[in-house]
Design a protein around this ligand. Structure first.
Ligand SMILES: *Cc1c(COP(=O)(O)O)cnc(C)c1O
Length: 389
């Protein structure tokens, strides 16, 4: 036996790789599994981005190593995006970094900031990657609750003095996975005051910042007064441009945080393929018509599926962002027992809320990342399983 490091041995298996195994096993038995568990878009990357990649792939200059902090074209596109969308000015050389997807950047930022035993305030329920990244950096995750009455904004008043003292960093994630919670700028202003008072670094994960509905626009942490003093924001092209497999993200914000992250990254990876960075720049420089069209598709799915779920006592509020339904399980079930029943009796994968933390008990997350017909079929099967007892 070759022993893994203690830190890796004690790491839980990546949640969604477990679901993937279960799905494979059921599919092998001939069951038509509908996977509403995974949070990756089903829609395709817009053609103009693919065309740009093809052009760039042919250029020999793109076959070399990229600059450590990212290609200037991509960093400039991030800078212009912040100016255009949020009226936030960034120094393209010091306050922006290209990432190989934002998951990588979040993990490396955590590593660049923590000493062993340092605490990290992370949302509960929250994206499981935060906790494992903290663990791998020898830190301690301190879960903090969200307030369902306020669109799942952080329940700042429920964070104890002791936890504030133990923590060095606080993670925010809006629009929120898994709850679909969204906030206004005042929440970020409150977060900045809270961070300054308690000497915390703020990490805002903005993976869904463009996946929003109606008039709602998700603000940037960097718009808040003093946001750049204490904060770093992570963006991703995975969800807004259906580029999950391309691995393209960015970090923007406080210069020292960006430099720390850049130092870890330049010693560990050498950045994303320049052709992909230039295609990513084209995405950020675009009119966002493709983003608007995607959002219409998701919103239509919510409008159709939520009433159908309600008929079987699976209740959820329509969110202002993300493609997740965060629903209460019917009476008599736990998150786990409901998810198991649906998998065993209906062939539907749902994510139990507890996969995102203790506070997720009583909820399930349903990803609307399938065409409406397929979502219909899923709800029909779930209803049948419920009637069957
Ligand atoms: C999908 C997702 C990410 C990761 O996105 P990548 O840029 O593909 O690494 C980060 N945070 C949350 C909450 C997500 O759901």
């Amino acid at each position: 036996m070759i022993p893994l490091s203690k830190q890796v041995q004690s790491l839980p298996a990546y949640l969604f790789s477990l679901f993937h195994k279960k799905k494979m096993a059921l599919t092998a038995q001939g069951i038509d599994v509908i996977d509403l568990g995974i949070g990756a878009p089903d829609l395709s990357t817009p053609p103009f981005i693919i065309d740009k990649l093809i052009q760039e792939v042919r250029k020999p200059e793109n076959h070399k190593y990229p600059p450590y902090h990212g290609c200037m074209e991509f960093k400039q596109a991030v800078t212009d995006f912040y100016q255009r969308r949020f009226h936030v000015s960034l120094d393209v050389d010091r306050e922006v970094l290209a990432l190989i997807g934002s998951k990588e950047g979040i993990a490396h930022l955590i590593q660049s900031m923590l000493n062993p035993g340092d605490g990290v305030l992370a949302p509960d329920p929250g994206y499981p990657v935060y906790q494992s990244a903290v663990h791998l950096a020898y830190g301690v995750t301190i879960p903090y609750p969200l307030n369902p009455e306020e669109n799942f904004a952080p329940a700042f008043d429920q964070i104890s003095e002791r936890d504030c003292t133990r923590a060095k960093l606080m993670i925010l994630n809006y629009p929120n996975n898994p709850t679909g919670g969204t906030v206004g700028l005042e929440t970020y202003e409150q977060a900045v005051r809270f961070a300054k008072k308690n000497q915390l670094i703020l990490l805002q994960d903005a993976a869904y910042d463009l996946v929003t509905f109606g008039d709602y626009q998700s603000p940037s942490l960097l718009q808040a007064e003093g946001g750049k003093d204490v904060g770093i924001e992570f963006g991703s092209l995975s969800k807004s441009f259906n580029m999950a497999g391309w691995r393209m993200g960015y970090a923007a914000g406080n210069e020292e945080l960006i430099q720390g992250l850049g130092l870890v990254k330049s010693n560990r990876d050498t950045g994303q393929f320049p052709a992909i960075q230039k295609a990513g720049a084209a995405a950020l420089n675009s009119s966002f018509d493709s983003v608007v069209a995607n959002n219409r598709t998701y919103e239509m799915r919510f409008n159709i599926i939520l009433p159908e779920l309600e008929e079987m006592n699976v209740r959820a509020v329509k969110p202002r962002g993300t493609f997740f339904v965060w629903a209460q399980v019917p009476e008599g079930f736990t998150s786990q027992s409901f998810a198991e029943k649906m998998l065993d009796e209906a062939g539907i994968i749902l994510t139990p809320g507890t996969a995102f933390g203790q506070q997720g008990e009583g909820y399930i997350r349903i990803s609307l990342t399938h065409p409406v017909e397929r979502l219909h079929e899923a709800v029909l099967r779930m209803k049948k399983a419920m009637k069957g007892g």
